[in-house]
Design a protein around this ligand. Structure first.
Ligand code: BGC
Length: 778
């Protein structure tokens, strides 16, 4: 109650009201038209511009922390008390609620649960589990007084170097859409909104606020937009965030084709669109943003309110566009907790949510290699190498980080599972971690604000033979953590894909020593994105990808290592042998560092003139490797288990507008486990060129006991088999014989069934045409 009162008071000064409170209608779900009629032009303009201005402009406040109502939340909308319109609060996401953990003048804490990053969640291939994570995230959003959480991130992981890959789900649009829809439904089941982002093609961070993403209409529809499309159609997010970048010459936030033709006309979207946090753009008028269907300009500047009022007065903004955008804002507001005066507690059940994040991250971890050393049995003491064993990356950097109450690192996680770490090594690393944290703070560049999230990136410890020789006799095994951090505003340099000399040296020396006496070496990869593995994997007996698994990370790793949880995660991106193998790398901005990049862009360009070609077109990720016979280090969909599974009895039949595929999965090994049946479809040869096969569905078993089977059913709408036919502006699934392949990764599909299908077509708008400079594309 108290918080709601503060909310109303804080908002009360925002609007110079016209008319009196007695005569003005008060907003209800059933009187939106009346309220719209009662609004002055200024009030309408205010409602379309975020309430960032009072606190932000000229104050030096940090971008993405503009809410006055909830400290540390990303922003808020304007309140108009005269009409009973409350302010609503938008908080970052997507790995949990991003608000300040402490507030001035208060001893209370406002920590939020750090859930696994997007890639880890998607690697569960378990939409139900993701739904339950969404429910927990939605509860925290609600109980911390927020109305919308800014996520999930639905961009395609186009290249392993993408700076925000960790926030996104996959290189594949179907997986992105299914996991995204589950997350949105989970969060929104709690009566708060989501904002899938960044719509669209924000698949690089390099020059993200200016770059023009040049991409064919076919790749747009089939790869970059399709995940958003599924999420919109299946889960109806309340809001959607337009990306900073341009697509084919036009900024997304002022792109009529994107925000109206595709999103609203083709997909039937009913929610609001907000901009990413930037304000006015060079070469884009506020009027064109309003026309494009951008309802909410974030974080919001006074100039933009004036622009809207001037635009309506001078005719550059049509009254009907203005009213449409305002009406949609009001429709959004009546759904919000702020509108129903929800009495939030500031006390979400962090304890219960810790259990959910622990379970989800364990299920998302991917076992890449196991020479029989896992699960560990009778392991008493380990020598734990790598600085991030002691300073585990629970999440990524930037707006997507969460102020977590704690992070369970590897030492703690192992300890909780009854496994000790060798004392001297632990002490050396612990001291180093404190030193590195202090150094980072002292060296902090104020513009790199997102590096101030307490996570040292350095590893300056030389693991000498003498040190290892001292540790080895005290330990039953060695565990080495190799970690990578990434964040907003910059992509990873190619050098970070490879191991550093120091890391390579550490793996070599540790494995030499431990293998000499027959003790195992286990490598944990603590990274939100892929790294190079092919050159060193022979040195490890087991490799587990832990991703950035949230605050319970160390416990989840221990759960998997000890076999408490049998790994069932599968890669959602291809792991290349070399970064240059990836079809998109040639066009991907390689950034030595942020400042060099900015200078290069300012001076002209890194590659071309502030644009990125998508020359690989539809051949993103496995679509390239699989079609053109390139062998990756680990294929899309790959993931081992402590047991074995067999697939059998595959059938595919047409039922109405779907193809229904059924397959039996049997646990043929000795321990209980879950398996994912991945359904790939190879299309008949026709007019449109196609990838060799594409993921069209998947299903995960329950926990199967040894010898137990489960029949999984996967329903594929025929519409999903279609490719985009640019010439005809339509979805087209050509007539012919389709092959339905089932397996446990894209390179292993032992079962196949065929089905003859008639042609399917569906008209779309003609949107987002590429410019003529895009010669490389069809
Ligand atoms: C990011 C968004 C984020 C917003 C608000 C932007 O810089 O790109 O993902 O939601 O800031 O913090």
């Amino acid at each position: 109650m108290l918080h709601n009162r503060i909310r109303t008071l804080a908002a009360a000064f925002t609007i110079a009201a016209a008319g009196t409170a007695q005569t003005a209608p008060q907003l209800r779900a059933d009187n939106i038209d009346a309220v719209l009629r009662a609004m002055t032009l200024e009030e309408k303009a205010q409602l379309l511009v975020g309430d960032g201005h009072a606190s932000f402009v000229g104050s030096g406040a940090m971008l993405g922390h503009q809410s006055r109502l909830v400290a540390g939340a990303a922003g808020q909308t304007v309140a108009i008390p005269r009409l009973g319109i409350p302010a609503t609060v938008l908080t970052d996401g997507p790995a949990g609620v991003h608000i300040d953990a402490r507030r001035e003048g208060s001893t209370a804490t406002f920590y939020a649960t750090g859930f696994p990053v997007g890639t880890c969640l998607a690697a569960t291939w378990n939409p139900q589990l993701v739904y339950s994570v969404g429910q927990a995230m939605g509860k925290e959003t609600l109980e911390y007084g927020c109305d919308v959480i800014l996520g999930p991130g639905l961009n395609i992981q186009r290249n392993p170097l993408g700076g925000r890959n960790f926030e996104y789900y996959s290189e594949d649009p179907l997986l992105t859409g299914v996991i995204g829809a589950a997350m949105i439904r989970g969060i929104q089941s709690q009566g708060v909104g989501t904002s899938p982002k960044h719509f669209a093609v924000n698949s690089q961070e390099g020059d993200r606020t200016r770059v023009d993403e040049r991409v064919s209409q076919r790749a747009l529809r089939e790869i970059y937009l399709r995940g958003f499309e599924r999420a919109v159609r299946e889960a109806q997010p309340w809001t959607l965030m337009a990306a900073y970048n341009k697509i084919n010459g036009t900024f997304d936030q002022g792109n009529y084709d994107l925000l109206t033709k595709v999103l609203r006309q083709d997909w039937g979207y009913k929610g609001i669109v907000m901009t990413d946090w930037i304000g006015k753009r060079d070469g884009l008028t506020t009027a064109s943003e309003i026309h494009a269907g951008d309802n909410l300009l974030m974080p919001g500047y006074p100039d933009q309110v004036k622009d809207i009022m001037d635009g309506v007065n001078n005719g550059t903004i049509k009254q009907e566009d203005l009213d449409r955008n305002v009406r949609e804002m009001l429709e959004y507001i009546v759904k919000s907790p702020a509108f129903r005066k929800y009495a939030y507690s500031n006390k979400p059940d962090l304890h219960a949510h810790a259990q959910i994040t622990r379970q989800a991250s364990a299920e998302g971890m991917v076992l890449l290699k196991n020479d029989g050393v896992l699960p560990v049995s009778a392991l008493k003491t380990v020598a734990l190498f790598g600085v991030n064993s002691y300073d585990f990356f629970s999440g990524g950097l930037g707006s997507g980080c969460v102020n977590v109450p704690y992070v369970v690192d590897m030492v703690q996680g192992l300890k909780n599972a009854g496994i000790a770490t060798t004392p001297m090594l632990t002490d050396i690393y612990r001291k180093y971690v404190s030193y590195a944290a202090a150094k980072l703070k002292a060296d902090k560049n104020p513009e790199m604000w997102f590096l101030d999230q307490g996570q040292p990136k350095l590893d300056e410890i030389d693991i000498t033979d003498r040190l290892i020789a001292h540790e080895e006799p005290l330990a039953d095994a060695a565990i080495i953590t190799i970690a990578r951090q990434a964040g907003e505003g910059m992509d990873r340099p190619a050098s970070e894909f490879a191991l550093s000399d120091r890391e390579r040296d550490m793996i070599n020396r540790v494995s030499d020593h431990f293998h000499r006496v027959g003790k195992p070496v286990i490598v944990i990869i603590n990274s939100g994105a892929s790294i190079e593995t092919a050159s060193w994997r022979d040195r490890a007996d087991a490799i587990l990808v832990a991703w950035q698994p949230g605050e319970e990370g160390g416990n989840s790793v221990a759960d998997v290592l000890t076999g408490k949880v049998n790994p069932s995660g599968h890669l959602t991106v291809t792991w290349p042998v070399a970064i240059s193998d990836d079809a998109s790398t040639a066009d991907f901005p390689a950034q030595p560092d942020y400042y060099a990049l900015t200078d290069k862009f300012a001076a002209g360009n890194l590659k071309g003139v502030n644009y990125t070609n998508h020359s690989e077109d539809i051949y993103v990720g496995y679509r390239y490797y699989d079609t053109f016979g390139r062998k990756p280090a680990y294929p899309f969909g790959f993931g081992l288990s402590y047991t074995t599974f067999g697939f059998s009895r595959l059938t595919a039949k047409r039922v109405g507008s779907n193809v229904v595929v059924s397959v039996s999965v049997k646990n043929t090994g000795r321990v209980a486990g879950k398996q994912v049946a991945q359904l790939y479809v190879a299309a008949p040869k026709g007019v449109l060129e196609k990838p060799r096969k594409e993921l069209k569905g998947f299903a995960k078993t329950r926990l199967l006991q040894p010898g137990e089977s489960e029949t999984l059913t996967i329903s594929v709408p025929v519409r999903d088999l279609a490719s985009y036919d640019t010439k005809g502006c339509r979805w087209l699934a050509e007539a012919g014989v389709y092959t339905f392949l089932v397996g446990d990764n894209v390179a292993h599909t032992p079962l196949a069934a065929t089905l003859k299908l008639a042609e399917y077509t569906e008209k779309t708008s003609d949107a987002l045409p590429p410019q003529s400079v895009l010669k490389v594309l069809r």
